[in-house]
Design a protein around this ligand. Structure first.
Ligand SMILES: [Zn+2]
Length: 312
């Protein structure tokens, strides 16, 4: 990542496309709208797509940080009493560490002091949403515990909630809440407020490595979560040209053929294999490939799976 001065910011761990979002996209594409879980899948998918947009906006603005800052995305670690905790964006510099949570929410946002609720008003609708300040406070405690456990010097941990949607009206002056475009200046201001370098360069590098090594990759089984049977998923290879759901395998030239738009494709199966292996979170067996791609030949399934593995 390049900063505005052209010097490199240390982006330690890049943001990966969240596995849950990938799975929801694939299930959404493979589930019929009449399925009892379709609505919840659609709702979850929309929420996570908005989240990803927010994170991309954040990443854009983080480019403008000075090069004292190290950025680590998507950390998932073991915390207090075997609980897992997740930090979307962690920013480290010698003076302090900042946990950042990005929210992409439309409407006007108001924080109620007494009840601790976050209230969102949108088109005359008022609803209470989970308060990100509570959530991020827990992450702060977990991270403090992690640093102590790994014997790192004590360093201030600042939590920041950032709203990425420029149309959101934020009705609070809470110091931990900042619009995404002002985040770089907020972090640099914090740097001048905490002038003391708590971590030497070697400690900072050690901490970065330690955090990266502590990352626990996530495995999820959405079919179980959303009560979907593998047999509920629509099978077959979709036409990349018109989305027709059942291309047929032409034995003559080893291509997929679409009876609707007459399109031939040699690679249309790759997307289908990707979708099913994402949903199941594993490599497809030969039998599964035959079932999900709607083909009979064990030999063809073997070849198509090999080809898919070559693209990974
Ligand atoms: Zn077609």
């Amino acid at each position: 990542m390049m900063s505005k001065e052209g010097s490199a910011i240390k982006l330690i761990k890049e943001r990966s496309m969240p596995i849950k979002l990938k799975q929801l996209r694939a299930i959404h594409a493979r589930l019929t709208p009449t399925h009892t879980s379709y609505k919840i899948i659609y709702h979850e998918l929309t929420k996570r797509e908005l989240g990803l947009q927010g994170e991309r906006t954040l990443d854009y603005h983080l480019q403008f940080l000075n090069d004292d800052f190290n950025i680590i995305h998507d950390l998932r670690m073991n915390g207090i009493n075997q609980t897992l905790f997740q930090i979307d964006t962690l920013i480290l510099c010698p003076q302090f560490i900042s946990i950042i949570e990005v929210k992409n929410i439309a409407g006007s946002i108001h924080f109620e002091q007494t009840s601790g609720q976050m209230i969102r008003k949108l088109h005359d609708r008022v609803e209470s949403l989970p308060n990100p300040l509570t959530q991020i406070h827990r992450q702060q405690i977990q991270l403090q515990h992690f640093l102590l456990n790994h014997q790192f010097p004590s360093i201030p941990i600042k939590t920041l909630i950032t709203f990425s949607n420029p149309t959101t009206l934020i009705e609070t002056d809470h110091p931990s809440i900042v619009r995404t475009e002002f985040l770089p200046s907020k972090l640099e201001k914090l740097q001048s407020q905490f002038p003391e370098k708590k971590l030497k360069a070697t400690d900072l590098n050690k901490l970065v490595d330690c955090l990266k090594n502590a990352h626990v990759p996530e495995r999820t089984y959405p079919l179980e979560t959303y009560s979907i049977k593998p047999s509920d998923l629509r099978k077959g290879v979709d036409c990349p040209s018109c989305n027709h759901p059942h291309m047929t395998r032409s034995k003559k030239n080893g291509s997929w053929y679409c009876i609707r738009c007459k399109h031939f494709s040699k690679t249309a199966h790759l997307h289908a294999i990707e979708q099913f292996s994402t949903i199941l979170d594993k490599k497809l067996t030969n039998k599964e490939a035959r079932t999900y791609l709607s083909i009979d030949s064990r030999h063809t399934a073997y070849r198509l799976l090999k080809e898919f593995e070559g693209t990974q």
